[in-house]
Design a protein around this ligand. Structure first.
Ligand code: SF4
Length: 328
Protein backbone atom coordinates (compact mmCIF):
# COMPACT_ATOMS: atom_id res chain seq x y z
CA UNK A 1 0.00 0.00 0.00
CA UNK A 2 1.65 3.29 -1.07
CA UNK A 3 1.68 6.39 1.12
CA UNK A 4 -1.08 8.17 -0.79
CA UNK A 5 -3.57 5.52 -1.73
CA UNK A 6 -5.51 2.82 -0.02
CA UNK A 7 -5.43 -0.60 -1.60
CA UNK A 8 -7.01 -3.53 0.21
CA UNK A 9 -5.60 -7.10 0.51
CA UNK A 10 -7.41 -7.99 -2.76
CA UNK A 11 -5.84 -5.21 -4.77
CA UNK A 12 -8.95 -3.00 -4.77
CA UNK A 13 -8.34 0.74 -4.52
CA UNK A 14 -10.54 2.34 -1.84
CA UNK A 15 -11.36 5.88 -2.97
CA UNK A 16 -14.96 6.28 -1.75
CA UNK A 17 -16.27 6.66 1.82
CA UNK A 18 -19.93 6.57 2.82
CA UNK A 19 -20.23 8.70 5.95
CA UNK A 20 -23.22 8.04 8.22
CA UNK A 21 -23.84 11.31 10.09
CA UNK A 22 -26.69 9.84 12.17
CA UNK A 23 -28.31 6.46 12.79
CA UNK A 24 -31.67 8.17 13.33
CA UNK A 25 -34.44 8.50 10.78
CA UNK A 26 -37.92 9.96 10.52
CA UNK A 27 -39.14 6.95 8.52
CA UNK A 28 -39.21 3.24 9.34
CA UNK A 29 -38.72 1.37 6.07
CA UNK A 30 -39.81 -2.25 6.47
CA UNK A 31 -36.49 -3.66 5.12
CA UNK A 32 -34.37 -1.36 7.29
CA UNK A 33 -35.40 -0.22 10.75
CA UNK A 34 -38.12 -1.89 12.88
CA UNK A 35 -41.22 0.19 13.72
CA UNK A 36 -40.83 1.64 17.24
CA UNK A 37 -37.02 1.20 17.25
CA UNK A 38 -35.49 3.74 19.66
CA UNK A 39 -32.10 2.26 20.63
CA UNK A 40 -29.97 4.90 18.88
CA UNK A 41 -26.41 6.08 19.53
CA UNK A 42 -26.24 8.88 22.12
CA UNK A 43 -25.30 12.33 20.70
CA UNK A 44 -22.18 12.53 22.87
CA UNK A 45 -20.97 9.40 21.04
CA UNK A 46 -21.47 10.96 17.59
CA UNK A 47 -18.35 12.28 15.88
CA UNK A 48 -18.53 16.06 15.88
CA UNK A 49 -18.29 17.92 12.57
CA UNK A 50 -14.70 18.87 13.40
CA UNK A 51 -13.80 15.24 14.18
CA UNK A 52 -15.47 14.17 10.92
CA UNK A 53 -13.47 16.80 9.04
CA UNK A 54 -10.21 15.52 10.60
CA UNK A 55 -11.02 11.91 9.70
CA UNK A 56 -12.12 12.71 6.15
CA UNK A 57 -9.06 14.93 5.64
CA UNK A 58 -6.94 11.89 6.52
CA UNK A 59 -8.90 9.71 4.09
CA UNK A 60 -8.42 12.41 1.42
CA UNK A 61 -4.64 12.47 2.01
CA UNK A 62 -4.80 8.69 1.44
CA UNK A 63 -6.53 9.02 -1.91
CA UNK A 64 -10.26 9.22 -1.09
CA UNK A 65 -11.95 11.26 -3.81
CA UNK A 66 -15.63 10.64 -3.15
CA UNK A 67 -17.68 11.18 0.00
CA UNK A 68 -21.34 10.29 0.33
CA UNK A 69 -23.32 11.65 3.28
CA UNK A 70 -25.81 9.10 4.54
CA UNK A 71 -27.67 8.14 7.72
CA UNK A 72 -30.24 6.88 8.96
CA UNK A 73 -31.62 10.02 7.41
CA UNK A 74 -28.75 12.56 7.15
CA UNK A 75 -31.08 15.60 7.11
CA UNK A 76 -32.17 14.66 10.62
CA UNK A 77 -28.70 15.82 11.77
CA UNK A 78 -28.87 19.55 12.45
CA UNK A 79 -26.48 21.79 10.46
CA UNK A 80 -25.68 19.27 7.70
CA UNK A 81 -24.89 22.07 5.18
CA UNK A 82 -22.13 23.25 7.54
CA UNK A 83 -20.50 19.81 7.45
CA UNK A 84 -20.96 19.58 3.67
CA UNK A 85 -19.13 22.91 3.29
CA UNK A 86 -16.28 21.73 5.56
CA UNK A 87 -15.86 18.46 3.61
CA UNK A 88 -16.16 19.98 0.14
CA UNK A 89 -13.26 22.31 1.03
CA UNK A 90 -10.92 19.37 1.75
CA UNK A 91 -7.97 19.10 -0.69
CA UNK A 92 -8.33 16.01 -2.91
CA UNK A 93 -12.08 15.54 -2.41
CA UNK A 94 -13.71 15.76 -5.87
CA UNK A 95 -17.28 14.69 -5.19
CA UNK A 96 -19.69 15.12 -2.27
CA UNK A 97 -23.07 13.47 -2.65
CA UNK A 98 -26.07 12.78 -0.43
CA UNK A 99 -28.41 9.84 0.11
CA UNK A 100 -31.72 10.94 1.62
CA UNK A 101 -35.37 9.98 1.97
CA UNK A 102 -36.15 13.58 0.92
CA UNK A 103 -38.84 14.17 3.58
CA UNK A 104 -36.86 17.27 4.71
CA UNK A 105 -35.28 18.20 1.40
CA UNK A 106 -37.80 20.85 0.34
CA UNK A 107 -36.50 23.30 2.96
CA UNK A 108 -32.75 22.65 2.56
CA UNK A 109 -32.13 21.78 -1.11
CA UNK A 110 -30.67 25.16 -2.11
CA UNK A 111 -28.53 25.43 1.03
CA UNK A 112 -27.09 21.93 0.45
CA UNK A 113 -26.28 22.77 -3.15
CA UNK A 114 -24.58 26.01 -2.10
CA UNK A 115 -22.59 23.99 0.45
CA UNK A 116 -21.04 21.89 -2.32
CA UNK A 117 -23.28 18.82 -2.70
CA UNK A 118 -23.83 18.09 -6.38
CA UNK A 119 -25.53 14.73 -6.61
CA UNK A 120 -28.44 13.31 -4.64
CA UNK A 121 -29.89 9.82 -4.31
CA UNK A 122 -33.46 9.67 -3.05
CA UNK A 123 -35.15 6.53 -1.69
CA UNK A 124 -38.60 6.16 -3.28
CA UNK A 125 -40.14 2.71 -3.12
CA UNK A 126 -43.64 3.55 -4.31
CA UNK A 127 -45.71 6.22 -6.10
CA UNK A 128 -48.92 5.13 -4.34
CA UNK A 129 -49.49 6.95 -1.01
CA UNK A 130 -50.97 3.89 0.70
CA UNK A 131 -48.14 1.57 -0.40
CA UNK A 132 -45.54 4.23 0.48
CA UNK A 133 -47.06 4.47 3.97
CA UNK A 134 -47.12 0.66 4.28
CA UNK A 135 -43.40 0.42 3.41
CA UNK A 136 -42.05 3.50 5.22
CA UNK A 137 -44.68 4.70 7.66
CA UNK A 138 -44.40 8.16 6.05
CA UNK A 139 -46.12 10.58 3.65
CA UNK A 140 -45.35 10.30 -0.08
CA UNK A 141 -46.18 13.96 -0.80
CA UNK A 142 -43.32 15.17 1.44
CA UNK A 143 -40.85 13.11 -0.61
CA UNK A 144 -42.28 14.35 -3.92
CA UNK A 145 -42.04 17.96 -2.64
CA UNK A 146 -38.41 17.31 -1.70
CA UNK A 147 -37.64 15.84 -5.12
CA UNK A 148 -39.15 18.81 -6.95
CA UNK A 149 -37.19 21.21 -4.71
CA UNK A 150 -33.95 19.35 -5.50
CA UNK A 151 -34.73 19.55 -9.21
CA UNK A 152 -35.46 23.29 -8.91
CA UNK A 153 -32.20 23.79 -6.98
CA UNK A 154 -30.29 22.35 -9.94
CA UNK A 155 -29.10 18.99 -8.59
CA UNK A 156 -28.10 16.63 -11.41
CA UNK A 157 -28.22 13.76 -11.64
CA UNK A 158 -30.96 13.02 -9.15
CA UNK A 159 -31.06 9.27 -8.70
CA UNK A 160 -34.13 7.41 -7.47
CA UNK A 161 -33.47 4.25 -5.40
CA UNK A 162 -36.32 1.74 -5.40
CA UNK A 163 -36.04 -1.44 -3.34
CA UNK A 164 -38.16 -3.90 -5.31
CA UNK A 165 -40.26 -6.25 -3.16
CA UNK A 166 -42.55 -9.06 -4.33
CA UNK A 167 -46.15 -8.57 -3.28
CA UNK A 168 -45.41 -5.00 -2.18
CA UNK A 169 -44.27 -2.71 -5.03
CA UNK A 170 -43.04 -5.06 -7.76
CA UNK A 171 -46.08 -4.11 -9.87
CA UNK A 172 -44.94 -0.46 -9.88
CA UNK A 173 -41.68 -0.98 -11.75
CA UNK A 174 -43.00 0.34 -15.07
CA UNK A 175 -44.74 3.30 -13.36
CA UNK A 176 -41.43 4.25 -11.72
CA UNK A 177 -39.72 4.12 -15.13
CA UNK A 178 -42.35 6.48 -16.55
CA UNK A 179 -42.06 8.79 -13.52
CA UNK A 180 -38.28 9.07 -14.02
CA UNK A 181 -38.70 9.56 -17.78
CA UNK A 182 -41.13 12.41 -17.09
CA UNK A 183 -38.86 14.17 -14.55
CA UNK A 184 -35.42 13.43 -15.98
CA UNK A 185 -34.35 11.37 -12.95
CA UNK A 186 -32.03 8.36 -13.05
CA UNK A 187 -33.62 5.17 -11.70
CA UNK A 188 -31.95 2.39 -9.75
CA UNK A 189 -33.58 -0.83 -8.65
CA UNK A 190 -32.11 -2.48 -5.56
CA UNK A 191 -32.43 -6.06 -4.30
CA UNK A 192 -33.31 -6.65 -0.64
CA UNK A 193 -30.36 -7.65 1.58
CA UNK A 194 -30.31 -9.68 4.84
CA UNK A 195 -29.14 -6.75 7.01
CA UNK A 196 -30.51 -7.33 10.54
CA UNK A 197 -33.84 -9.03 11.29
CA UNK A 198 -35.74 -6.50 9.18
CA UNK A 199 -33.49 -7.20 6.20
CA UNK A 200 -33.92 -10.93 6.66
CA UNK A 201 -37.73 -10.53 6.77
CA UNK A 202 -37.53 -8.48 3.57
CA UNK A 203 -35.66 -11.31 1.88
CA UNK A 204 -39.05 -13.04 1.98
CA UNK A 205 -40.10 -10.45 -0.66
CA UNK A 206 -36.90 -10.90 -2.70
CA UNK A 207 -37.12 -10.09 -6.43
CA UNK A 208 -34.29 -11.18 -8.74
CA UNK A 209 -33.55 -8.00 -10.72
CA UNK A 210 -32.31 -9.97 -13.69
CA UNK A 211 -36.01 -10.87 -14.19
CA UNK A 212 -37.06 -7.22 -13.83
CA UNK A 213 -34.51 -6.25 -16.49
CA UNK A 214 -35.87 -8.91 -18.85
CA UNK A 215 -39.42 -7.68 -18.19
CA UNK A 216 -38.47 -4.05 -18.96
CA UNK A 217 -36.66 -5.13 -22.14
CA UNK A 218 -40.06 -6.28 -23.46
CA UNK A 219 -41.52 -2.77 -22.91
CA UNK A 220 -38.53 -0.50 -23.63
CA UNK A 221 -35.56 -0.75 -25.97
CA UNK A 222 -32.64 -0.97 -23.54
CA UNK A 223 -29.12 0.01 -24.65
CA UNK A 224 -25.85 -0.37 -22.71
CA UNK A 225 -25.44 2.64 -20.41
CA UNK A 226 -22.91 4.25 -18.06
CA UNK A 227 -23.40 6.84 -15.31
CA UNK A 228 -20.99 9.00 -13.26
CA UNK A 229 -20.45 7.98 -9.63
CA UNK A 230 -18.49 5.28 -7.82
CA UNK A 231 -21.38 2.98 -6.90
CA UNK A 232 -22.18 -0.64 -7.76
CA UNK A 233 -25.12 -0.10 -10.15
CA UNK A 234 -24.99 -1.67 -13.61
CA UNK A 235 -26.78 0.68 -16.02
CA UNK A 236 -28.82 0.45 -19.21
CA UNK A 237 -30.24 3.37 -21.17
CA UNK A 238 -33.77 3.62 -22.56
CA UNK A 239 -33.44 4.22 -26.31
CA UNK A 240 -34.67 7.62 -27.52
CA UNK A 241 -34.44 9.13 -24.02
CA UNK A 242 -31.87 10.26 -21.42
CA UNK A 243 -33.17 7.79 -18.87
CA UNK A 244 -30.56 5.53 -17.30
CA UNK A 245 -31.79 2.56 -15.27
CA UNK A 246 -29.38 0.95 -12.83
CA UNK A 247 -29.56 -2.49 -11.25
CA UNK A 248 -27.97 -3.02 -7.81
CA UNK A 249 -27.85 -6.78 -7.41
CA UNK A 250 -25.92 -7.85 -4.28
CA UNK A 251 -27.80 -11.19 -4.16
CA UNK A 252 -28.31 -12.29 -7.78
CA UNK A 253 -25.03 -10.89 -9.19
CA UNK A 254 -22.71 -9.33 -6.58
CA UNK A 255 -20.19 -6.61 -7.42
CA UNK A 256 -17.62 -7.17 -4.68
CA UNK A 257 -14.71 -7.73 -7.09
CA UNK A 258 -14.77 -4.03 -7.98
CA UNK A 259 -15.57 -2.70 -4.49
CA UNK A 260 -14.00 0.75 -3.90
CA UNK A 261 -15.57 1.76 -0.61
CA UNK A 262 -15.78 1.62 3.13
CA UNK A 263 -18.24 3.15 5.57
CA UNK A 264 -17.85 5.40 8.59
CA UNK A 265 -20.67 5.13 11.15
CA UNK A 266 -21.91 8.05 13.25
CA UNK A 267 -19.88 6.88 16.28
CA UNK A 268 -16.62 6.87 14.30
CA UNK A 269 -16.38 3.17 13.43
CA UNK A 270 -14.93 2.22 10.04
CA UNK A 271 -16.92 -0.69 8.62
CA UNK A 272 -14.87 -2.20 5.83
CA UNK A 273 -17.76 -4.10 4.21
CA UNK A 274 -21.55 -3.76 4.29
CA UNK A 275 -21.92 -7.53 4.46
CA UNK A 276 -19.37 -8.21 7.19
CA UNK A 277 -18.55 -7.09 10.71
CA UNK A 278 -14.83 -6.33 10.14
CA UNK A 279 -14.38 -2.86 11.65
CA UNK A 280 -12.11 -0.45 13.51
CA UNK A 281 -13.17 2.15 16.10
CA UNK A 282 -11.62 5.56 15.54
CA UNK A 283 -13.43 7.60 18.21
CA UNK A 284 -11.42 6.36 21.24
CA UNK A 285 -8.19 7.30 19.45
CA UNK A 286 -9.58 10.71 18.43
CA UNK A 287 -10.75 11.48 21.93
CA UNK A 288 -7.42 10.31 23.35
CA UNK A 289 -5.75 13.10 21.36
CA UNK A 290 -4.16 11.08 18.54
CA UNK A 291 -2.20 12.87 15.78
CA UNK A 292 -3.24 13.17 12.13
CA UNK A 293 -0.57 10.62 11.25
CA UNK A 294 -2.13 8.25 13.82
CA UNK A 295 -5.49 8.62 12.06
CA UNK A 296 -3.89 7.73 8.73
CA UNK A 297 -2.26 4.66 10.31
CA UNK A 298 -5.60 3.61 11.80
CA UNK A 299 -7.29 3.94 8.39
CA UNK A 300 -4.58 1.79 6.76
CA UNK A 301 -5.02 -0.74 9.57
CA UNK A 302 -8.78 -0.83 8.87
CA UNK A 303 -8.29 -1.36 5.12
CA UNK A 304 -6.05 -4.34 5.86
CA UNK A 305 -9.12 -5.91 7.54
CA UNK A 306 -11.35 -5.55 4.46
CA UNK A 307 -12.82 -8.94 3.43
CA UNK A 308 -13.07 -10.13 -0.17
CA UNK A 309 -16.84 -10.19 -0.38
CA UNK A 310 -20.17 -10.46 1.44
CA UNK A 311 -21.76 -13.77 2.42
CA UNK A 312 -25.38 -12.68 2.13
CA UNK A 313 -26.30 -15.91 0.30
CA UNK A 314 -24.16 -18.33 2.29
CA UNK A 315 -24.78 -16.83 5.78
CA UNK A 316 -27.89 -14.61 5.69
CA UNK A 317 -28.04 -14.69 9.51
CA UNK A 318 -24.57 -13.13 9.80
CA UNK A 319 -25.23 -9.36 9.93
CA UNK A 320 -27.02 -8.16 13.08
CA UNK A 321 -26.93 -4.41 12.42
CA UNK A 322 -29.65 -2.66 10.42
CA UNK A 323 -28.96 -0.93 7.12
CA UNK A 324 -29.51 2.43 8.86
CA UNK A 325 -26.51 1.95 11.13
CA UNK A 326 -24.02 2.23 8.29
CA UNK A 327 -26.09 4.08 5.75
CA UNK A 328 -26.62 1.43 3.08
S1 SF4 B 1 -20.67 -6.31 0.18
FE1 SF4 B 1 -18.72 -5.57 0.95
S2 SF4 B 1 -17.16 -6.18 -0.54
FE2 SF4 B 1 -19.16 -6.38 -1.49
S3 SF4 B 1 -19.44 -4.49 -2.58
FE3 SF4 B 1 -20.43 -4.24 -0.58
S4 SF4 B 1 -18.87 -3.37 0.74
FE4 SF4 B 1 -17.84 -4.15 -1.08
Amino acid sequence: MSETDLTDPFGRRIEYVRVSVTDRCDLRCSYCMPRGFRDFEEPEDWLTFDELERVMAAFARLGTRRIRLTGGEPLVRRGLPVLARQLSALPGVEDISLSTNATRLARSATELRDAGIRRINVSLDSLRPEVFKQVTGGKLEKVLDGLMAAKAAGFHPIKINMVVMAGVNEDEVEDMVRFCLEHGFTLRFIETMPMGDTGREAIGHFVDLQKVKARLAKRFELLPGVMPGGGPARYVKVAGSDLHIGFITPISQHFCATCNRVRLSVDGTIYTCLGNEHHLELRPRLRAGCSDADIEDAIREAIRLKPERHEFNEKPEKIVRFMSMTGG
